[in-house]
Ligand binder design. Structure first.
Ligand code: C2O
Ligand code: CU
Length: 477
């Protein structure tokens, strides 16, 4: 598997190369910044960020308001918001509010829902947020490079009645391909990445830093909101000595449960809200490791316990279940069923597909840098005819088949869907998601009501796959 030339270059390897880590140099996880007024005005531009740490040069990035991640936008459920986006980049951009069920014209897809925002221009996004949860925002214009250079931020919609915790924390995870001088490698849009597992990098950050530690207090209850903002890296996090409870996926409440095998798996764009009771010993540390890619496991950071007596003698005994959001329930008995097949990629066999209105084979696709198809159509260029039209209000099941040798996190705009089946078996939690990770060859059934009118993107959120053809449009008429 072509994962990365340097298996997860961590801050430790940077430090080792420069002669060792002093304890005082260890970087904690920094909170994402919040400032209500500032977060309503986003300026996309060039900036610098201390991704690796003080003993390294800052990394040249593209960012919102000069920070990676951009400001944490915090809204209340039901709120109307206006967010002004100012483009100070040298190229066009847009902002997409990932997972929010906004009106189509506010969805931020260039040439489909709006004209791209030209350099020097501003655009005002205005919408209401019907659902609470953990979301994020990012450009939808050449996103494999714009997101990859640091344009993204967390967006939290607070519940009307939040659950009781001692502390709430957001970790925005990202993965970078850094050169030894801590600068971003320029090789965006390469065909190797596009036709394999995407642009997996070598340096993982939490809230824009390669972290060493996260300070905790014994006995406290933390709500941890995880957001995977990486172009391509899939995370499989395990928390040594701890038993996280998943309370929401992609922002949507789920029956509180321990993740399978204790591992929290997040494909690109996916989120999980965890409740963590800090059950470790004061003064000790516990590793958080990413186990997703076999033989490329690494320690993300350590939970470091303060040397103080536990906050309380027993774990907090408060309910964990979140109130449901406002999605209509799909009527499975009456639902329309549509097959959606994903094809292409290396080791995908010789696929024939339509590209630019012509039958092509894999070799011709590759010559034009394309690698993937949905229902044998390769998305190239801007204007896209819908591959599926649904009447407004209809319940629908998409029976998806990943007929490739690679993982794909499939994302539908403007809606959340229930994941109802995997390889023919019903799922345990029938979780609501907006992005579902499909394993190689897997079949996944999702169900939703087509209640939000407009043309909606449906694409793989490995951004190199999206750019190489793995997207389409679903029209809700
Ligand atoms: Cu996170 Cu099409 O988007
Ligand atoms: Cu993909």
């Amino acid at each position: 598997m072509q994962t990365s030339a340097v298996a997860c270059l961590s801050r430790r390897s940077f430090l080792a190369a420069s002669g060792g880590a002093a304890i005082g140099a260890m970087l904690p996880v920094w909170p994402a910044r919040t400032d209500a007024a500032a977060s309503r005005h986003l300026v996309a531009g060039r900036g610098r960020a201390a991704l690796v740490g003080a003993s390294y040069p800052e990394t040249a990035v593209w960012s919102y308001n000069g920070a990676v991640p951009g400001p944490e936008i915090r809204l209340r459920q039901g709120e109307h918001v206006q967010i002004t986006v100012e483009n100070q980049l040298a190229e066009e951009t847009t902002v997409h509010w990932h997972g929010l069920r906004v009106p189509n014209a506010m969805d931020g897809v260039p040439h489909l829902t709006q004209r791209p925002i030209a350099p020097g221009e501003t655009f005002v996004y205005a919408f209401e947020v019907p659902d609470a949860g953990t979301y994020w925002y990012h450009p939808h214009q050449r996103s494999f490079e714009q997101v990859g250079r640091g344009l993204y931020g967390p967006l939290i919609v607070e519940e009307r009645e939040p659950i009781q915790v001692d502390r709430e924390v957001t970790w925005v995870l990202d993965d970078w391909r850094l050169l030894p001088d801590a600068q971003i490698s320029d090789d965006f849009g390469g065909f190797m990445d596009a036709s394999h597992n995407g642009r997996v990098g070598n340096s993982v950050t939490v809230n824009g830093r390669i972290p060493e530690t996260f300070a905790v207090r014994a006995g406290e209850r933390v709500r941890l909101r995880l957001i995977n903002a990486a172009n391509a890296r899939i995370f499989g996090l395990e928390l040594q000595g701890h038993r996280p409870t998943v309370i929401a996926l992609d922002g949507q409440p789920v029956e509180p449960h321990e993740p399978d095998g204790g591992r929290v798996v997040l494909g690109p764009a996916m989120r999980a809200d965890l409740v963590l009771d800090m059950s470790g010993e004061p003064g000790l540390r516990y590793a958080v490791t990413d186990m997703f890619y076999r033989d490329l496991e690494y320690r993300l950071l350590d939970l470091v316990y303060e040397d103080a007596p536990p906050l309380r003698p027993h774990p907090l005994d408060a309910p964990l279940r979140l109130a449901a959001n406002t999605m209509p329930e799909p009527d499975l008995a009456a639902a329309e069923r549509h097959e959606v097949t994903f094809g292409g990629g290396m080791m995908g066999g010789m696929m024939m597909a339509m590209m630019d209105g012509r039958q092509t084979d894999m070799r011709a696709m590759m010559r034009s840098g394309m690698a993937w198809a949905i229902n044998r159509v390769v998305a190239s260029g801007h204007v896209m005819e819908p591959f599926l039209t649904l009447q407004r209000g209809v319940s629908c099941v998409l029976a998806m088949h990943n007929d490739t040798a690679w993982h794909h996190p499939m994302h539908l705009h403007g809606h959340a869907f229930r994941v109802i089946g995997r390889d023919g078996r019903p799922t345990r939690h029938r979780e609501w998601q907006d992005t579902v990770l499909m394993a190689p060859r897997e079949r996944v059934d999702i169900a939703f009501v087509a209640d939000n009118p407009g043309d909606w993107m449906f694409h793989c959120h490995i951004l190199e796959h999206q750019a190489a053809g793995m997207m389409g449009v679903i029209r809700m008429a």
